[in-house]
Design a protein. Structure first.
Length: 282
């Protein structure tokens, strides 16, 4: 995941962040990057698996190609033409489709694209799409994430949907204050909202919050995972650090929520892809 020029690009993107102005309605941005022959670093992959609760890697954990493509995504998000500020972007949702299992030493050709922004009731949101191809050209893994720049907006909050039935609680997890820094070390995502109270407060958070991708991965480490699978998740509310969360799951659905009937942090679902009996399915 090395990229010698990335720290300089990120520093420039951070310096430009306070100067970014809200994009005009209907403004469109699109850009992409490609990198061939990307392999996971074995030590970083093993550290990621330990931190997120996966067993020692016999295959690449489902969320991990997101991290392989993340340096390309950061370059796009830090680019002068990207209309939203890099600093303080919040990961709001993700959809991942795996077409087959990936070996830890398998080279992948990665394509990452950024598009948007679109209006959101809490600001403006951009989509980041990552695609991983085998050396024979077959698409083996893909994801789409939403990243939100929070700002005042005239958008009305969408009406509340009927709350889904509560999932059974399977475990209580106590998250340490340094979890954001530890995940940043294995993921390369050093967004200041995750690192320390002093760096999180300028972005409206009283203290650091857990990475959405850590909460996503930690939930998936507890799930039975078909080889061909689609997983979708929404990061509904930030997980403050340090903190305690309840892991919930049943019949492929999963989530994290506060103890004592508090708010929901993450909700998602695991589905075999394509569904059994569908054209091209098993």
């Amino acid at each position: 995941m090395g990229d010698r020029g990335l720290p300089l690009a990120l520093a420039a993107g951070a310096l430009r962040s306070p100067l970014k102005r809200l994009p005009p309605p209907g403004a469109a941005y699109g850009a992409g990057l490609h990198r061939a022959g990307v392999r996971p670093d074995p030590r970083r992959l093993a550290a990621y698996a330990r931190l997120c609760g996966f067993p020692p890697p016999g295959e690449v954990p489902l969320p991990y190609p997101h991290l392989l493509g993340f340096p390309l995504a950061l370059r796009l998000l830090a680019a002068p033409a990207f209309p939203l500020p890099l600093l303080g972007l919040v990961h709001t949702r993700i959809s991942v489709t795996r077409h087959r299992a990936l070996a830890p030493d398998e080279p992948l050709d990665l394509t990452v694209a950024v598009a948007g922004p679109t209006a959101h009731h809490r600001g403006s949101e951009a989509d980041v799409t990552t695609e991983a191809y085998a050396r024979d050209g077959a698409l083996v893994w893909e994801s789409t994430s939403g990243y939100l720049a929070r700002h005042a907006t005239g958008e009305a909050r969408p009406p509340e949907r009927e709350a889904p039935a509560a999932l059974p609680v399977l475990a209580e997890w106590r998250l340490p204050a340094d979890l954001g820094r530890r995940y940043a070390a294995v993921s390369g995502d050093r967004n200041p909202i995750h690192l320390h109270p002093l760096t999180a407060r300028p972005f409206g958070f009283p203290g650091p919050i857990a990475h959405g991708m850590w909460t996503f991965a930690r939930c998936l480490a507890e799930q039975r995972m078909p080889e061909r699978v689609r997983v979708e998740a929404v990061f509904a509310a930030p997980v403050r650090l340090p903190g305690t969360v309840l892991h919930t799951a049943a019949d492929g659905a999963f989530g994290l929520r506060e103890p004592g009937g508090g708010r929901e942090h993450v909700r998602g679902a695991v589905r075999e892809f394509p569904p059994h009996g569908a054209p091209g399915g098993p």
